[in-house]
Write a protein that binds this ligand. Structure first.
Ligand code: DGJ
Length: 744
């Protein structure tokens, strides 16, 4: 057709088409959202409040987290500009969909391929339990019938609020959860100073502080197991300041109770407000939720304090000792661990002599570490034996019972090491059950420390792992302590058991681990369990529900420990922190530090020794006995006292930490020089903290004949000691001192 003719034809048709369009009105059916009554929901503790607002349109928003505001109902009348009202800013649990296009707490992929979820308020319930008030807010998507319950558990006395979410597919078809955060916390402050830790093997918990900008900041682990050996799922956030303070200002502490992949994101909007999403990392883990199924996220733990980082840490510590750490607040025994003193090379005789020495020095437990098992594939190095948990008859022909009984006869408790989640390719287990190994079809099963990971997503493996613990407990009557190790990350993941449901692997693994731990605790409520993962690879509040302590780091160099232990104290209590005196040169760093410095460092946690005592000189042994003896006098303060950090090794040449009894009648003070500081006339002056200003305290230095402080043995008021008059002489790198303070 010629162009002119075509144009004419089109013009003729035009009126007709316009008419047709007018008649055919665009229709799109939408589901009506019922209006609800506007209301304020306040989750309160003694000194904090989290305020949420239910708008008439059903959206639930977070308005405030921090200091009490008087009657929270005052927020009821609070109005926003129209734009704010309709927008999704500050949503209590933002979901992909509706007007929300930011980082989602929840993202669901529905059977029809859509991703939109809009959560509206349907109700709230409050339940009181011992020491805790639980508030549950119910939300619903009216199109898909997806339901979400936001649970806020408030612990009034400790000023802690934990948050988790229950996601229920009440629709008729299966869905996939692409994001499923434990919590979303919305804050409005001028500045946000984040303190968090990074690390690696033998260098865990390295502190990093940064002011949050407008780009998304993410702390994550994709290591599967050994998840905390890089970042830790915990942080401090100083608000409205660019400077870190231990003693003043608003600080929020957060920690996720999960022992696998995690993700905590900090998203600052154009208006400067911050949303913190925290939970399991969705990395390779789209979670399938069949009709009627519910997914419960792990707990995110929050506290707020106006007393700086120290205040936030102490809140968390108090809560953890009471509600979260297994056996928290109990005093655990000092010990000698065989690892750095004997490694894989020992006989019964070696162990008995170590037990003699431990008892002689006043230690209270002997722990037999790696190397005691495997016969066809003996565990003489880390090449073989993992998986074959029977006693090696060559090294220990009399059995474990013999060694344990000997320890008991000397008045010591007895502990033993296992690594039940792992298998060496050179083991009977790997040959008997290749299908139990984490692997992906057709791909190499990569080794780490010569070992593979067992597939805890498989219930049969769960049983096997539980059985290892159970059988180890039967090796001798009264095994008092198990060190549970886990020495590699998961790579090239895959579960033969899960078939096509590989997305479930990372989460199912941790669920399997917790199932095992739960069974263990049902049968063995009193055994002490140390959670170790090549050192601090599993330092999290998920494992601490079942474990009494953690092996803080394989780095036993007391100088490095100052940095590791300081940072661990930001979000974890000292009662979990195992700290051992080892030999010099240090086996990890080659550093040579004085024995006193090593003891003083280890005594600020759960004291242990990890060396061959036979190699100590008479003088060293005498010092060891003295330090262990004095530690037993004040250690209840380390395990149960309030922790105050008065000098940071990251910000100064000194590390100073002290523990004060709840009634402020006693304290123990630890001071260390971690880098040479050119001398000044008066020496370094510290301001102690947490004492009663009006009471007088007698100050006595421990473990020395000549004190490094002029005021030793005298009494001073708390205000004097906290006012900048405490200046022990710590003239050189590795100078250190421990003081016990008793109120008169
Ligand atoms: C790693 C742990 O962190 C060490 O303490 C020790 O138990 C070794 N494993 C044993 O193989």
């Amino acid at each position: 057709m010629k162009p002119t003719l075509f144009l004419a034809a089109a013009l003729l048709l035009l009126p007709l088409n316009t008419e047709a369009r007018k008649a055919k009105k665009f229709t799109h059916e939408t589901v009506a959202i019922p209006a609800v009554e506007r209301q304020v929901i306040a989750v309160e503790t003694d000194h904090t409040v989290l305020v949420l607002l239910v708008q008439e349109n059903g959206l639930v928003k977070t308005l405030h987290y921090g200091a009490p505001v008087g009657d929270p109902a005052q927020y009821l009348g609070m109005r926003f500009s129209e734009e704010d009202y309709n927008s999704c800013e500050g949503m209590a649990y933002p979901a992909t969909g509706g007007r929300f296009i930011g980082e989602p707490a929840l993202q669901v992929k529905y059977a029809d391929g859509t991703h939109n979820t809009e959560l509206y308020f349907t109700g709230v319930t409050v339940e009181r339990r011992e020491g805790c008030v639980s508030t549950a807010i119910d939300l619903k998507d009216y199109v898909t019938a997806m339901q979400v319950k936001l649970v806020y558990d408030a612990y009034p006395k400790e000023d802690v609020i934990t948050m988790h979410t229950e996601i229920l597919n009440s629709g008729a078809k299966p869905v996939e959860l692409l994001n499923y955060a434990s919590s979303a916390l919305y804050l409005d402050a001028k500045d946000y100073l984040l303190s968090h830790t990074w690390g690696s093997w033998a260098q865990e918990m390295q502190l990093e502080r940064e002011l949050l900008g407008h780009d998304l900041k993410v702390i994550e682990s994709r290591r599967g197991v050994q998840a905390t050996q890089s970042n830790n799922p915990s942080f401090l956030l100083s608000l409205n300041t660019r400077d870190y303070s231990e003693t003043s200002g608003e600080v929020i502490a957060g920690a996720l109770a999960w022992s696998g992949n995690f993700r905590i994101s900090f998203d600052r909007d154009a208006g400067g407000r911050l949303t913190i999403l925290s939970g399991i990392s969705p990395y390779a883990s789209a979670w399938p939720l069949a009709a009627g199924e519910c997914f419960t996220t792990p707990e995110m733990i929050y506290t707020w304090s106006s007393e700086g980082a120290g205040g936030a840490s102490r809140n968390l510590h108090r809560w953890a000792r009471k509600y979260s750490v297994y056996g928290g607040g109990e005093v655990n025994p000092t010990l000698l661990n065989s690892w750095e003193g004997a490694y894989f090379t020992f006989t019964t005789e070696t162990l008995l002599r170590m037990i003699d020495d431990a008892a002689g020095m006043g230690l209270e437990m002997f722990v037999l570490d790696d190397g005691w098992f495997g016969n066809n594939f003996p565990r003489n190095s880390d090449n073989a034996g993992l998986g074959d948990w029977e006693v090696n008859v060559k090294k220990l022909p009399e059995g474990i019972d013999y060694v344990a009984s000997y320890a008991h006869s000397k008045g010591l408790k007895f502990g033993i090491w296992i690594e039940p989640e792992m298998v060496n390719p050179d083991s009977d287990l790997a040959h008997a059950h290749p299908e139990w190994v984490v692997q992906s079809p057709g791909r190499e099963i990569y080794q780490g420390r010569n070992q593979w990971v067992l597939d805890l997503a498989n219930p049969a493996v769960e049983d096997f792992v539980y059985g290892i613990f159970d059988r180890t407990m039967q090796l001798a009557p009264n095994i008092d302590y198990i060190k549970w190790d886990c020495n590699r990350v998961i790579q090239s993941f895959g579960s033969p058991y899960l078939g096509a449901a590989q997305d479930k692997f990372y989460i199912s693994y941790v669920q399997g681990l917790y199932n095992v731990m739960r069974r263990i605790r049902e049968k063995y409520p009193h055994v002490l369990v140390q959670c170790c993962s090549s050192g601090g690879g599993r330092v999290d509040y998920g494992s601490l529900r079942y474990c009494n302590e953690v092996w803080t780091s394989d780095d036993t160099d007391a100088l490095q420990r100052a940095f590791i232990q300081y940072s661990q104290s930001l979000t974890y209590p000292a009662c979990i922190m195992a700290s051992h005196v080892s030999t010099v040169p240090n086996h990890q760093t080659s550093n040579v530090t004085p024995l006193k410095f090593r003891f003083d460092m280890a005594c600020s946690g759960r004291l242990g020794m990890e060396l061959q005592p036979r190699n100590l000189s008479g003088e060293e042994r005498a010092l060891a006995e003295r330090c262990i003896g004095s530690y037993k006098q004040y250690r209840d303060l380390v395990f149960r006292g309030d922790l105050y950090r008065f000098a940071s090794p990251y910000d100064s040449n000194y590390y100073g930490v002290m523990y004060v009894s709840e009634d402020k009648s006693r304290a123990v003070v630890f001071t260390y020089c971690v880098a040479f500081e050119p001398r000044t006339v008066g020496g370094k002056v510290f301001r102690l903290q947490g004492l009663d200003p009006a009471r007088k305290y007698k100050v006595v230095e421990q473990n020395v004949d000549a004190s490094c402080w002029w005021g030793n043995g005298q009494s001073f008021t708390g205000s004097f000691l906290m006012g900048g008059a405490f200046n022990p002489r710590l003239p050189q790198l590795y100078s250190s001192a421990v003081f016990v303070l008793e109120a008169e």
